[in-house]
Design a protein around this ligand. Structure first.
Ligand code: HEC
Ligand code: HEC
Ligand code: HEC
Ligand code: HEC
Length: 621
């Protein structure tokens, strides 16, 4: 890291101010931009007369996971939003920070409440603009999914996100690890190369590597294309936010630069010396005609490294870094001896950070901060038509869903791995190729179980995507949704699409029991029958789920009391395995309320065998 190079910023007033507002509750003023150039020369710490300020790089308080329900007022840390911002003064500039959204455009709607999504962020920003606040957005990057099921779908998500950010008034985005794994050139080609438009991608230390491994400067590797004024990847941007010129720079931090190089995320891209890049960035902002009064650095690196940058480059008033944790701290942090606010916004777009800049008497800026969880209260109100007119993001999402339907082949493009039962069956003598046959085939011999199943929501689970899923619709064509709402989508011969495999719609028998062609054709074969209950494998005796009375009792107990109940180890193991099978779909993201003791009774279909056992051939109707 280079030594801090003082860059005198042109700031209006002469009075040096760095007092912080008192720490009231969790929501406090978080700092101020000192009004003199000198304050940029020496990083200042809050003096003793002002209240003690921010936690010094200790993990901040975490917000509760569950956002308030629709219609309820948002409370963060027990206090309404912006409660500790000045009441009698509008902020002169507001910046919404986001990042590491990982392609999560919308909550899936599988369970409630869920936090996050572009629609709510757009609506939230509109509520700020409706107060007459001048707002821009800045995003850390990692727009592309962490593990896209299909690469092209990741690209479609990136495009949708960029369009949505533009509509929300975003100025700049950084470049994260997922954007590199998503083939940055393809992503740039899909958005910024199409048209010079906001948000601009900033990663000033990005350079190219030619075939011989020689460095190609950024402006050659990511050039200004004919007719444009900006390179595909820039170093800085300056935006007028209300009357406040805001400077933004973006870099890829030390850790990501190293990881990108060692794991060869993209062998045609490398990252130049960070210190030199930051020196150039501060110089560029310092001599910018608009005289930025508030400077933000998009730092795609760890918060610890961001703190070092804060020491060396006090010209940045705010640094947005990667999150230490999926849930962000309530307040920005500060490194000892610096005045820079270190902002983190967590993962998956569940929260945004809002910075308000208020001009003070001395002509400097007092800064306030508010972390906002994107809860259901920010769902665009009104009918579908009204909502779509009010919130442009909804059209963008609908366009995304249409592109997925048109460009991604549901039947062919998603990866399929053999089901464990298919692997076992292929090893049998004679070996069997297990296929999915559909719940109707099972119904022929298991009428009672089928009738019981048909009453549950599993029996019509795909309808939820066709009829319930909105904003966007068309989710029955999106493999990322379909996979848990049908039979065997992730395995060979499983659900392909509505025309090819209508018999495999919904969460059918084989969603839990696995492909059943072997058993259905030959129910006398114990091995094939055994493959339908893999949770029993290796457990001697015909162990079953605990009886109804035990399950009912457990459902009423808390986790600690449950631990004290006696249960045979083999039954416990069965229960765990069955629960694990459920949680392939009822996972933390899609159904955080899942509890095997509460859910199993609703789908239990044991003990329904007809007297004399199930038929060996389908009975004639
Ligand atoms: C031709 C009639 C027939 C069809 C079709 C059929 N089964 Fe069976 N099923 C049986 C018979 C008979 C048994 C008892 C086998 C035994 O006890 O060895 C049985 C037993 C089972 C068992 C219980 C195994 C245990 O733990 O005791 C499961 C689970 C099962 N079937 C699921 C299915 C599923 C899922 C399908 C559809 C893919 C299906 N069956 C189709 C006749 C059938
Ligand atoms: C990992 C599995 C999984 C994926 C992927 C998934 N779902 Fe679901 N979905 C579930 C489960 C489990 C439930 C039932 C939750 C419950 O009972 O609380 C559900 C329920 C639903 C419901 C019904 C909610 C209601 O009010 O009845 C809708 C709508 C839905 N999902 C939409 C989607 C959409 C849209 C996607 C894709 C963006 C999606 N799901 C992807 C597992 C999944
Ligand atoms: C949500 C997952 C799930 C679905 C869907 C499901 N089953 Fe089961 N099934 C199970 C589990 C788990 C057991 C083991 C229950 C136990 O040990 O008591 C089981 C047990 C059975 C048994 C043995 C019952 C007994 O009395 O021993 C049969 C037969 C069966 N299922 C058939 C079916 C058929 C037919 C369908 C579709 C119509 C179906 N199952 C759908 C999870 C499922
Ligand atoms: C293949 C994915 C999948 C598996 C495996 C699965 N489920 Fe589900 N489950 C769903 C989906 C999707 C829904 C929502 C259907 C809807 O609402 O339309 C659902 C809904 C339910 C519901 C209804 C919730 C309600 O509030 O009405 C219960 C109960 C349930 N599942 C229990 C289970 C249990 C217990 C298991 C394991 C034995 C299990 N599920 C395994 C996908 C799955």
């Amino acid at each position: 890291m280079t030594d801090p190079t003082p860059i005198p910023f042109a700031l209006e007033s002469s009075q040096r101010r760095f007092a912080f507002s008192a720490l009231v509750g969790a929501l406090i003023a978080v700092g101020c931009v000192a009004a003199t150039p000198e304050s940029h020369l020496t990083p200042v710490s809050a003096d003793s007369t002002s209240a003690p300020t921010l936690p010094i790089l200790v993990p901040g308080a975490r917000v509760p996971v569950d956002p308030p329900a629709k219609g309820k007022e948002t409370l963060v840390g027990g206090v309404p939003l912006f409660a500790n911002w000045p009441k009698d003064q509008k902020p002169d500039a507001v910046i919404v920070f986001s990042g590491q959204t990982f392609g999560l455009l919308q909550p899936c709607g599988c369970s409630r409440p869920q936090t996050g999504g572009l629609e709510r962020r757009a609506y939230f920003i509109d509520t700020l603009k409706a107060k007459g606040w001048p707002v821009i957005g800045i995003d850390l990057g990692d727009l592309y999914p962490e593990k896209p099921a299909v690469r092209d779908q990741g690209r479609l998500k990136y495009i949708a996100t960029m369009h949505a950010l533009r509509e929300m008034g975003y100025v700049a985005v950084g470049v994260g690890k997922t954007d590199l794994t998503g083939q940055l050139d393809t992503l740039l080609g899909a958005y910024i190369l199409q048209k010079e438009q906001r948000p601009f991608t900033l990663a000033g230390n990005a350079v190219g590597l030619d075939n011989a491994g020689k460095v190609v400067p950024r402006l050659q590797r990511f050039p200004v294309t004919p007719g444009d004024t900006r390179p595909l990847i820039g170093l800085t941007e300056v935006a007028d936010v209300g009357t406040v010129p805001v400077g933004v720079a973006g870099v890829v931090g030390t850790s990501l630069a190293l990881a990108a190089r060692t794991t060869k995320l993209d062998t045609s891209i490398d990252f130049a010396d960070l210190g030199a890049t930051l020196k150039a960035a501060t110089a560029e902002l310092g001599k910018h005609a608009k005289k930025p009064q508030l400077n933000v650095l998009i730092y795609q690196g760890t918060s610890a490294d961001a703190a070092k940058v804060a020491k060396d480059f006090p010209q940045f008033n705010v640094i947005l870094s990667q999150a230490d944790d999926a849930l962000p701290p309530l307040m920005p942090q500060q490194a000892a001896g610096t005045n820079t606010l270190l902002v983190q916004v967590g993962h998956k777009g569940q929260h945004v950070g809002v910075l308000g800049a208020f001009r003070n008497a001395a002509g400097g800026l007092d800064l306030k901060y508010q972390l906002v969880p994107m809860g259901e209260e920010f769902i665009t109100p009104g009918t579908e038509d009204e909502a779509r007119k009010a919130n442009r993001t909804l059209d963008i999402l609908e366009t995304y869903a249409k592109s997925v339907k048109a460009e991604i082949n549901l039947a062919k493009d998603y990866r399929r791995e053999p089901h464990t039962a298919q692997i076992h069956a292929a090893g049998l003598n004679p070996k069997v190729e297990l296929k999915y046959v559909g719940s109707d085939v099972c119904k022929a011999c298991h009428a009672a179980e089928h009738a019981q199943w048909a009453k549950t929501n599993h029996g019509h689970a795909l309808d939820a995507l066709e009829k319930l899923a909105k904003r966007p619709s068309l989710r029955q064509f999106d493999g990322e949704c379909v996979k848990c709402h049908v039979v065997g989508f992730e395995h060979p011969t499983g659900y392909a699409d509505e025309k090819k495999t209508p018999n495999l719609k919904h969460v059918g028998c084989e969603s839990c029991h696995g492909p059943g062609s072997g058993h259905a054709a030959n129910p006398k074969n114990k091995e094939l029958t055994g493959l339908l209950s893999l949770w029993k494998q290796g457990i001697p005796g015909n162990v079953k789920m605990p009886d109804a009375a035990f399950i009912e009792k457990m459902a009423k107990l808390g986790p600690e009391a449950r631990g004290k109940e006696a249960i045979a180890p083999a039954v416990q193991l069965t229960l765990n395995r069955v629960g694990g099978a459920c949680m392939k779909c009822h996972d933390q993201d899609n159904d955080p309320h899942f509890d095997i003791y509460k859910y199993w009774p609703k789908v239990n279909h044991s003990g329904l065998a007809p007297a004399g056992g199930w038929p060996l051939v389908p009975p004639k109707k």
